[in-house]
Ligand binder design. Structure first.
Ligand code: ATP
Ligand code: MG
Length: 497
């Protein structure tokens, strides 16, 4: 007999112009892992914010361990053992790992002063218990996103959380880190009876760790099903409301001239002798394990990071790059990986964010043409199915995946001939992924743009790319033809063996 750890009953939540949750009821059993899936903007994160007490629901209530809570507050929910690890990690960047784990309750000595030795040793113990090897004295802003997520989990467990919500954790993790996370989830749920809510856009993962799954669509629960009784195709149909076949557009690799030529890029300890070419109209993928230097290659080409040696040629011209803005003048545009800090102006409108890099497309004389800005934005909102009440909405109020689409729209709108995209579909739902693939393919076909794409999702690399550059420890270990390539062949070049 299973016991509910959590029941959410009849939850409604409205925002200006958006009915985000409509009568959502949802139960999670003790010691189980419960998946939550749905398209961008379906209401997943909003539901979790209600659970955490961060948003007050308009109607409905929450029951935890038999106790009914009408108006959850963050303090109350924390006390009841609920820990939500958000999609956009909200951590104190300037504090250390240990300070984050014990935020607001640092161990003190008899004099009431922070006991650093104890804080660090207890933090180490909390991390080691989960199999994480992270220096407790490191500042949060110096460790990787994956490690930051591990710190958040350790923090939750150190506070005796009984229900841990993970909002798209895999979006920022590499394969090995994901394995570690799954092991941790399995162990904590099985041995300690901790319940998990696991939000993801990668349906395959549900089958690895979840016991049951709830599909949300347009703020409503479509179904909750034991995982064994579901199929990926069935879930997609529930999410999208229709069948979705053939996610990758068909295309023929171009036999054209070289557009971008990268020669012997070198950066001490990071990049070793990187050379490859990208042709006009070509889509080239870069893959490798997290930390293999994929992002650094893109950043070096865009001029965002210094290099020690090497050359970059665009259409035969040697580029001297300092800063992405210069790169853009040469038609090279970078869509960075961490859109929260590097890409978007969260407090500006959707229209502003989409058009900011390409002011000339909306300029009339010296004045910016606000109407034109809105028109350009509306076109992308339509094309990319960005879910927003309108072009004037602040980006902060969009769902994670829709923020992502705004970043991509800006890059597509900036007129770049060479698009450097880092994990372009991270956190984006299946239907929107296909829209993005279509857009990229369309740009190569109609505008002759070239795309250089970093992605951790191998099916996407294989399905879309003409050629695949595989990296290992800062160097290129293979360049493969996209056609006929398999995940196994890529992985065999990505790892040491
Ligand atoms: N603070 C807010 N103000 C206004 N609207 C909001 C706010 N937060 C969320 N929304 C809207 O509520 C809807 C649901 O958003 P939510 O973030 O829950 O989606 P999601 O399912 O988590 O999507 P994703 O997969 O993209 O993260 C969206 O239309 C979003 O724009
Ligand atoms: Mg979300």
């Amino acid at each position: 007999m299973t016991m509910p750890m959590l029941e959410m009953v009849g939850i409604h939540k409205r925002f200006p112009g958006v009915y985000a949750l409509k009568d959502v009821s949802f139960t999670v059993d003790k010691g189980t892992v419960h998946g939550v899936v749905g398209e961008n903007g379906a209401g997943k994160s909003t539901l979790m914010r209600v659970l955490a007490g961060a948003f007050l629901a308009d109607e409905g209530h929450v029951i935890i361990g038999g106790e009914t809570i009408i108006a959850p507050t963050p303090e109350k929910m924390l006390q009841l053992g609920v820990a939500v690890i958000y999609q956009e990690l909200a951590q104190a960047q300037h504090l250390t790992v240990a300070e984050n784990i014990f935020l607001g309750r640092m161990p003190t000595n008899r004099l009431g002063m922070v006991d650093w030795r104890r804080a660090n040793s207890e933090a180490t113990a909390a991390l080691e218990k989960l199999g994480f090897n992270i220096d407790p004295m490191a500042r949060i802003d110096t460790i990787s996103v994956a490690q930051r997520q591990m710190v958040e989990i350790a923090k939750a467990i150190a506070r005796n959380a009984r229900l841990v919500v993970l909002d798209e954790p895999s979006a920022v993790l590499g394969e090995q880190e994901l394995r570690l996370l799954f092991e941790t989830i399995r162990r904590l749920s099985r041995e300690e009876g901790v319940s998990f809510i696991y939000i993801t856009h990668r349906l395959k993962e549900l089958y690895e760790i979840c016991h049951s799954v709830t599909v949300l669509r347009d703020g409503q629960v479509i179904a909750t099903t034991p995982i064994r009784q579901t199929s990926t195709a069935g879930l997609i149909k529930q999410m999208v409301g229709r069948d979705l076949s053939d996610i990758f557009p068909k295309r023929v690799p171009p036999k054209s001239d070289i557009r971008l030529s990268v020669r012997n890029l070198q950066r001490a300890g990071i990049l070793r002798d990187i050379s490859f070419d990208v042709r006009r109209g070509e889509i080239v993928g870069i893959c490798g394990l997290a930390g293999s230097g994929r992002t650094e290659v893109l950043r070096a080409i865009a001029g965002a990071d210094r290099i020690d040696a090497g050359e970059i040629h665009v259409d035969g011209k040697h580029l001297r790059l300092d800063g992405p803005r210069k790169a853009l003048i040469h038609g090279v545009g970078l869509l960075p990986e961490d859109r929260k800090t590097e890409g978007l102006f969260l407090d500006q409108s959707v229209a502003f964010n989409i058009t900011i890099s390409a002011l000339r497309t909306i300029r009339s004389g010296v004045a910016l043409n606000a109407r034109r800005e809105v028109q350009v934005a509306e076109r992308y909102i339509r094309q990319m199915k960005i879910k927003t009440p309108g072009p004037g909405t602040r980006v902060r109020n969009l769902s994670g995946g829709n923020q992502q689409k705004c970043g991509l729209a800006r890059q597509l709108n900036c007129g770049a001939q060479i698009l450097l995209v880092d994990e372009p579909t991270r956190g984006v739902d299946v239907a929107a992924k296909r829209e993005i693939y279509d857009l990229l393919v369309d740009l190569t076909a109609s505008r002759g743009s070239s795309v250089l794409m970093v992605s951790s999702e191998l099916p996407e690399i294989i399905g879309l790319c003409d050629r695949i550059v595989v990296m290992r420890q800062g160097a290129i270990s293979a360049v493969l033809e996209g056609h006929g390539c398999t995940e196994e062949s890529i992985m065999s070049h990505a790892v040491w063996h």
